[in-house]
Design a protein around this ligand. Structure first.
Ligand code: F6P
Length: 474
C-alpha cells in the first residue's frame, strides 16, 4: 500500500484498530469501538487520509496497511516507551493533573524524556507522509508536543490539534515542571480544539501568563506573525448509527434477554465506564447500596448493572481502584443480596457496540457520575438508544456532556447524599416527567452529532487567519 503524500494525516496515540488473535491463531485487526474512530472515519474517507498511531502492546515493527478502507501506519513502542510515555507521563502525570487531581500526579524526568522522544517520532512520521500543504490533525494529551515539532519540520502544513480530555485551570496546570514546553508544543498548531469553552479560556490565559504572547478572546498572536485559535468543539457520537442499532431486531431481543436474566426487576440501573478513577464508580455504587441498606430500594425491585471496561492495568492507581471495587461489590452483594438477586451485577469486561446498545435499551436509569470528564459519550449513547423517549439519565455536573444534556438529573458526584436523592428521584419519576426530559435530550444529541463536530473543526481550521496549507474537505 502506498502511504506517501497524504493530503490529510491523523496523528493519535492509538490506531483506530486493535491487534487481535484470530480463531486460527494468526494475528488480525479489529476496529476499536472508541468514539474517535467513528468521529474521524468520514473525514478520513472523504480525503483519502492516513492515520498514524500505536497498535497496542507489541513492540514489533509493522508495515503500513489498509483496514476498512483506511490507510493506517503503525508506530511501534518499546517496553521502555510504553512505561515512560504511555503509562508514565501520559497516564500517571497528565491524566490525573488534567482531571482535577482526582489522583495525585507523579512527576518524573525520565517519563518526560520518553514523552518527548515518542512525540518526536510521531511528528517525524507525519512530516514524512504529509503532502505539500497537507492538513495534519493531531489528537489528545499523549501528543501535545507534536504540533510544534511538526511545524519546525514542515512549515507548509496546516495543523489542527484536538484535546479529548479537560484542559485544567492555570492553578493546576502550573504544577507541571514542563508547563512551558507543553504550551509551546500546542502553539505549533493553527487551531486547538477543546471540549468546552472553559478549557479554551484556561489555555489562552496560561499562554498569556506563562509564555507572554498577546491574546485577544480566542486568538493568540505569535511573534512570527502566526495566529493560533483556541476554541470549543464539543465532541459527539454517531447518533443515527446508534439509534439504528438500538432499533434492530437482534438488539431488541438481546435487551429483553438481559432483563429476563436479571430476573425482570422493576427497574434496572446501569453504569458503563472504562475502569478509571475519574469515573466515580465506587461512590455511585456506594450511593446505590446505601439506598438498599436504608430500605428505600429493594433488591426484588432494582438491580445495578455496572460494566467496567479494563483499562491501563499496569498503572498502579488503576490496580488499586480495581481491588477497591472488587471488595465493595463483594461486600454489598454479601450483605444485601438474596439468592438469584445480587444488588450489583458487576462485569469487568469490554463488549461490542451491539451489546452496549442492548444494555442501554434494557436500562431504566443510566448513571454517569464522573468526578471530571472531558465529554462522556456514554451519556449521549444512552440518549440516542432511548427510542421511545423513556429512561432517566443521572449525570455528573462535571462531565462535559452536562453542558448540553441539561434535562438530566444533574448531580455533584462528591455528594453521596445528593446522589442518593437523584437516584431515587430518577427511579420514581413518573412517565410524563422522564419523557419530557428524554425528548429534549434526544433532540440535542440528534442535532449535534459527530459529523457536525468534525465538519465544524475542519471548516474552522481552514479559516484560521495566517494558516498555512491548503483546506481539506470536512
Ligand atoms: O479520550 C481519552 C482517551 O485517553 C483516548 O485518548 C484514548 O484512546 C481512550 O481514552 C482510551 O484510553 P487508552 O488509549 O489509554 O486505552
Amino acid at each position: 500500500m502506498s502511504t506517501v503524500s497524504a493530503d490529510l494525516v491523523i496523528v493519535a496515540n492509538r490506531l483506530p484498530v486493535d491487534r487481535v488473535e484470530q480463531p486460527d491463531g494468526t494475528m488480525g485487526w479489529r476496529t476499536s469501538p472508541g468514539g474517535l474512530v467513528t468521529a474521524i472515519e468520514p473525514v478520513m474517507r472523504a480525503n483519502d487520509g492516513t492515520w498514524i498511531g500505536w497498535p497496542g502492546g507489541t513492540d514489533e515493527d509493522l508495515e503500513p496497511f489498509e483496514a476498512d478502507g483506511m490507510k493506517l501506519v503503525p508506530m511501534s513502542m518499546t517496553q521502555a516507551e510504553i512505561e515512560g510515555h504511555y503509562e508514565g507521563f501520559s497516564n500517571a502525570t497528565l491524566w490525573p493533573l488534567y482531571h482535577d487531581l482526582v489522583a495525585k500526579p507523579e512527576f518524573h524526568r525520565e517519563w518526560w524524556d520518553s514523552y518527548v522522544s515518542v512525540n518526536r517520532r510521531f511528528a517525524e512520521k507525519a512530516a514524512e507522509l504529509a503532502s505539500e500543504g497537507a492538513t495534519v490533525w493531531v489528537h489528545d494529551y499523549q501528543m501535545q508536543l507534536v504540533p510544534l515539532m511538526l511545524r519546525e519540520l514542515r512549515p507548509d502544513l496546516r495543523i489542527g490539534f484536538y484535546l479529548h480530555i479537560p484542559f485544567p485551570p492555570a492553578e493546576l496546570f502550573q504544577q507541571l515542571p514542563w508547563r512551558r514546553q507543553l504550551l509551546e508544543g500546542l502553539l505549533g498548531a493553527d487551531m486547538i480544539g477543546f471540549q468546552l469553552p472553559g478549557g479554551a479560556q484556561n489555555f489562552v490565559r496560561l499562554v498569556r501568563q506563562r509564555v507572554g504572547h498577546k491574546t485577544h478572546r480566542d486568538l493568540v498572536y505569535l511573534p512570527d506573525g502566526r495566529t493560533v485559535r483556541a476554541a470549543a468543539f464539543p465532541i459527539s457520537i454517531d447518533a443515527a448509527g446508534f439509534e439504528a442499532m438500538a432499533r434492530s431486531e437482534p438488539v431488541a431481543a438481546r435487551a429483553a434477554e438481559i432483563r429476563e436474566a436479571l430476573g425482570n426487576p422493576r427497574k434496572v440501573f446501569l453504569g458503563i465506564d472504562r475502569l478509571d478513577y475519574t469515573k466515580g464508580i465506587y461512590a455511585r455504587l456506594r450511593a446505590f447500596s446505601e439506598l438498599i441498606a436504608d430500605g428505600h430500594l429493594d433488591v426484588e425491585d432494582a438491580v445495578f448493572v455496572q460494566v467496567a471496561v479494563p483499562s491501563r492495568e499496569q498503572v498502579e492507581q488503576y490496580r488499586i481502584l480495581r481491588d477497591d471495587i472488587d471488595r465493595l461489590v463483594g461486600r454489598v452483594n454479601g450483605d444485601l443480596g438474596r439468592i438469584g438477586r445480587p444488588a450489583i451485577s458487576y462485569l469487568h469486561s469490554s463488549y461490542p457496540r451491539e451489546e452496549m446498545a442492548a444494555l442501554y435499551r434494557a436500562a431504566d436509569v443510566m448513571v454517569v457520575t464522573p468526578y471530571r470528564d472531558g465529554m462522556n459519550l456514554v451519556a449521549k449513547e444512552y440518549v440516542a438508544c432511548r427510542l421511545e423517549d423513556t429512561g432517566a439519565l443521572v449525570l455528573s455536573e462535571f462531565a462535559g456532556a452536562a453542558n448540553e444534556l441539561r434535562q438530566a438529573w444533574l448531580v455533584n458526584p462528591y455528594d453521596i447524599n445528593g446522589m442518593k436523592s437523584a437516584l431515587l428521584d430518577a427511579y420514581s419519576a413518573d412517565d410524563r416527567e422522564t419523557r419530557r426530559r428524554m425528548k429534549a435530550m434526544r433532540r440535542t444529541v440528534a442535532q449535534n452529532d459527530v459529523a457536525a463536530w468534525a465538519d465544524a473543526f475542519m471548516s474552522e481550521l481552514a479559516e484560521v487567519p495566517g494558516s498555512h496549507g491548503k483546506a481539506v474537505r470536512p
